[in-house]
Design a protein around this ligand. Structure first.
Ligand code: GLN
Length: 483
């Protein structure tokens, strides 16, 4: 059962061959055995989980079960969930028990999914390696010396290690796709505005987007059906007709136009990743896809643009943590200003402080035009690059990250080196497009490598179709680490 997909668990629950309480118990046992080494979860509360599972079993007995009722789900510690600690990986929120549910949590609760625990993450979702958590680094289940990717590294590691069949993640600059790639699972970051940000702790509001992480594209589609939807409490939530993201899964790929951006296959891409992506493209060709070369000429500028815009927005969003209303407050201080300063100095880790400093600087009078405004102009150029590319193709394929997972500690002392590893994921967020990662092979050292699929706005169903068809003829997504 431990390797089962959401689809399979849903069928087993419907057939009553397992109860939700039994299923939750299996995963909780596995978490108890393996989490001490992996550190994928910040909070596990067996009492709460089993109560949710019992409620799901009762709903089923009363004939009120939906497709995912009773299925366990790991939740990134960024989603406010009533009664659960919602730390966002930070000492600042170590004492914060959410008093309300995020919209996404309301949706998964209404669907009867059972919270198996709250997953570790980079502090305030800032990072690419999950080394920035107040709760310590997450280990990659494929190789405990490797990073799992970030910032949704706990969610990715949990699914890869079969501590949960699926997880919720968020992606501001790659945080669903890159950990999915490094841990050998599937994850999709939807079009900006498809999933409500209400109750999702804010990092960079114009880039943040929640999404599903699971073993298969089909499972991601099922979970996205639950997560997506209009919410009036998020001013950027989009009011669109409800979609069934599974509707195109079984379509043929014959005649599909696949774009390969030449900038994604230039210097900087490791031989391992190039080999895996080439092989995946060849596989899709066998399924009938036609390949065209496209160009995204402003790709390199995505790094400076993102690392101006995201910190700018973060510096504003994180001003709410002042020690007054909630979160960490310094024990000793002289006056109000001193209380603010000490609370923030003690509550935030070094990467978060670095971003607040950079963000405040680029927004300050005299530098705003040179940095922030310039970055916004570059952002438009990047979106225009994609617009032109999608005139020639249906989906874009490429790498997720330049290399397979690097070692813990390898880049943690060099923030710029860390930022550079985000080169293939940031543009998608800057343009507001959907992107996903699909397991596609392994590096010579045995670490997983994902294929990135980028779609035009609202083409999630098409991307999931490409991923699902790929998963019908490959079994990379079915492989699990030996633990
Ligand atoms: N690695 C990027 C950063 O550090 C993206 C993080 C994210 O998507 N939350 O900002």
């Amino acid at each position: 059962m431990i390797n089962a997909t959401l689809k399979e668990l849903s069928a087993a629950l419907a057939a009553k061959s397992v109860s939700s309480v039994e299923l939750a118990g299996q995963y909780l046992d596995r978490i108890a055995a393996l989490n001490p080494a992996l550190n994928a979860f910040i909070t596990v509360d067996a009492g709460k989980t089993l109560a949710e599972a019992a409620a799901a079993d009762a709903a089923r007995a009363a004939g009120q079960a939906g497709l995912l009722t009773g299925v366990p789900l790991a939740v990134k510690d960024i989603f406010c969930q009533q009664g659960w600690k919602t730390s966002c990986g930070s000492k600042m929120l170590d004492n914060f028990i959410a008093p309300y549910d995020a919209h996404v949590i309301e949706r998964v609760r209404a669907a009867g999914l059972v919270t198996i625990g709250r997953t570790n993450m980079d502090e305030f979702a800032m990072g690419s390696a999950n080394e920035n958590s107040y709760y310590g680094a997450v280990k990659n289940p494929w190789d405990l010396a490797a990073i799992p990717g970030g910032s949704s590294g706990g969610s990715a590691a949990a699914v890869a290690a079969r501590l949960a069949p699926a997880a919720l993640g968020t992606d501001t600059g790659g945080s669903i796709r890159q950990p999915a790639s490094h841990c050998g699972i599937t994850g999709i970051k939807p079009t900006y505005g498809v999933v409500s940000r209400y109750g999702m702790v804010a990092f960079a509001s114009s880039l943040d987007q929640g999404g599903p992480m699971a073993q298969t594209a089909e499972d991601c589609a099922l979970l996205l059906n639950t997560m997506a939807g209009f919410d009036g409490r998020d001013s950027t939530s989009l009011e669109r007709p409800t979609e069934d993201y599974t509707r195109e899964l079984n379509n043929s790929l014959a005649g599909l136009k696949v774009g390969l951006p030449k900038e994604y296959f230039a210097a900087g891409l490791s031989a391992d990743v190039a080999r895996v992506v080439d092989a995946a493209v060849a596989e899709l060709k066998k399924l009938g896809a036609e390949v065209v070369e496209v160009s995204l000429p402003n790709t390199e500028l995505s790094i400076p643009a993102y690392y101006v815009i995201a910190p700018a927005e973060a510096s504003s969003n994180l001003s709410r943590y002042d020690g007054v209303r909630y979160g960490h407050r310094a024990a000793q201080y002289k006056d109000l200003a001193d209380m603010y300063e000490k609370s923030r100095a003690e509550g935030f880790g070094s990467e978060v402080k670095r971003r607040i400093l950079v963000g405040t600087y680029v927004l300050s009078h005299g530098y705003y035009d040179a940095y922030y405004l310039k970055a916004q102009k570059v952002r438009r150029l990047i979106a225009d690059d994609f617009k032109r590319a999608f005139e020639q193709c249906d989906v874009i394929l490429g790498p997720v990250a330049p290399t397979a997972a690097f070692n813990i500690g390898e880049k943690s002392n060099d923030p710029v080196e860390m930022y550079l590893s985000d080169i293939y994921t940031l543009s998608v967020n800057l343009a507001g497009l959907p992107g996903m990662s699909v397991p596609a092979g392994f590096a010579a050292n045995g670490r997983p490598i994902g294929l990135q699929i980028i779609g035009n706005y609202f083409s999630e169903a098409k991307m999931l179709n490409v991923a699902h068809q790929f998963q019908q003829v490959t079994d990379w997504h079915r492989q699990a680490p030996a633990l």
